[in-house]
Design a protein around this ligand. Structure first.
Ligand code: ADP
Length: 456
């Protein structure tokens, strides 16, 4: 009834520079509106809310910030909600303004000149300090400024940006981001829903860079080459530059990996969040280079998300890849893959722990030295069993027939399927696919991350 409905609507009046922080568990959802007919604007991590429009949130910890003051109405019951007065937003805005100055400088250069390259900023820090959030804010602000930033996600442990968890991705953002969805997860199955050109996606298939440093670095290098060649064809994106989000780097042992990323992507600035120590390490490491290192405050709103919450977010990302969401429902297809068909080749990501035992699985015709340098291995058909059920499998861009370990190890991703059932006796498996028809005769790659899940 009306009385119950109005009772469950909260109104929150925000003063200038305040933010409304809220948390919604996976099994619940809330709807927030920027109250129509009142003054004031509001934004969620850099992206402006439209007045009166309902935005629905589930399974998230988030915040709506206002520079002007505003009125919000909230339907449903968030598990946590409060108004915060202290935020780092003005520092983040200043960073955006500094980047924007460099972009103006880059745009003024002749298109061919070296100077036409906009700033390339790398965000680093421990877990849950707001790296991904700042990445969204900087992206949102630059889009609102009419720029086209290239956003690069190197965090394979996280929720998955523009694709499934476990991937590295890069895409240039041409228009406004989705308030509820941020960077989204299913561009390949729902291109219209996300404001990016086809993203570049590589499937790493492990949680941490440390589990497969060699493979991780190789994918970084491949991606850097691909990104640079895209920038050469897209001067607006080149002028705007790169915003690079990273996995959690919080100690010295990761220094080598950070330097590697900085070199491969020709990073011009490193922003360190949430770790004085890492900031000092970075200052020292890059003191003799032209890379600027800056320290940024962490938002008090940043929350540690416990393991089950993070898993729920990852599962939801994969689910959305196949089934879409309320705004854009997708109907995946169940497709059969025969192990004995000529177009079948299933490869597995090798992690640091299992590298040794692989020697006994040496495929015929490959010597040990080549194997030791490889980071993926081909599975024999009789090795495909039920342990692959409930995992995602990357359909790579390289052909199943021709590809060797090197090609498979470096190939970009065409899309993903989800293994529903492996029938060892009949030598086939049933998979969920975003597109109808047979799965193309491309090399398939299965990883160890994200872990198995139930999609229904
Ligand atoms: P990192 O990328 O460093 O791991 P995130 O940017 O993902 O950290 O932030 C950690 C969590 O805190 C996320 O769930 C994010 O939505 C949330 N968060 C970040 N900033 C705020 C804020 N100002 N208010 C409320 N929640 C926030």
């Amino acid at each position: 009834t009306d009385s119950i409905d109005s009772a469950s609507i909260l109104t929150r009046e925000l003063k200038p520079n305040q933010e409304f922080r809220f948390e919604v568990p996976p099994n619940n959802s809330i709807t927030i509106r920027l109250t129509a007919g009142t003054a004031g604007t509001a934004e969620l991590f850099g992206t402006e809310l439209s007045k009166g429009l309902p935005y629905t949130f589930t399974c998230c910890k988030s915040a709506i910030y206002t520079w002007t003051g505003c009125s919000l109405s909230i339907e449903g019951s968030p598990s946590v909600e409060y108004i915060a007065e202290e935020t780092p937003m003005s520092t983040y805005l200043n960073l955006h303004i500094a980047l924007e100055k460099l972009r103006v400088g880059a745009s003024d250069c002749p298109p061919t000149a070296e100077g036409a390259q906009g700033p390339r900023i790398l965000l680093v820090g421990p877990p849950d300090v707001g790296k991904t959030t700042l990445c969204k804010i900087l992206t949102g602000y630059s889009i609102r400024q009419g720029r086209k930033p290239m956003v690069i996600n190197l965090d394979t442990a996280g929720e998955g940006v523009l694709s499934a968890p476990g991937t590295l991705s890069a895409a240039s953002f041409g228009s406004v981001m989705d308030v509820e969805d941020g960077f989204g997860s299913s561009p390949m199955s729902a291109p219209s829903a996300i404001p990016v050109k086809l993203p570049l996606v590589y499937y790493y298939g492990l949680e941490m860079p440390e589990s497969g440093v060699k493979r991780y670095k190789r994918l970084i290098s491949r991606m850097a080459v691909a990104v640079n060649s895209r920038l050469e064809e897209d001067i607006e994106t080149k002028n705007t530059g790169l915003i690079i989000d990273t996995p959690s780097f919080d100690n010295q042992t990761n220094g080598d990996l950070i330097s590697y990323i900085v070199a491969e992507f020709s990073v011009t600035a490193i922003a360190v969040l949430g770790s004085e120590r890492l900031y000092n390490t970075m200052l020292k490491s890059f003191s003799s280079s032209s890379v600027s290192v800056i320290k940024l405050p962490t938002s008090g709103g940043c929350v540690d998300r416990d393991a089950p919450f993070k898993k729920a977010i990852r599962d939801a990302t994969v689910k959305k890849y196949f089934f879409g969401d309320e705004k854009c429902t997708l109907s995946p297809y169940t497709v059969t893959i025969e192990f004995d068909s000529p177009g079948f080749a299933l490869w597995e990501v090798v992690d640091a722990n299992s590298a040794d035992k692989n020697i006994s699985f040496l495929p015929i015709g490959e010597d040990e030295s080549s194997l030791q340098s490889e980071v993926v291995r081909k599975l024999a058909a009789n090795e495909v069993d039920s342990r692959f059920e409930n995992l995602i499998v990357a359909v790579l861009q390289v052909d199943a027939k021709e590809a060797g370990a090197k090609e498979v190890g470096e190939s970009a991703v065409l899309g993903f399927v989800f293994v529903q059932e492996v029938d060892e006796k009949e030598r086939r498996m049933k998979v969920l696919s975003p597109v109808p028809g047979r799965v193309p005769a491309k090399a398939l790659l299965v990883g160890k991350w994200p872990e198995g899940m139930f999609l229904t």
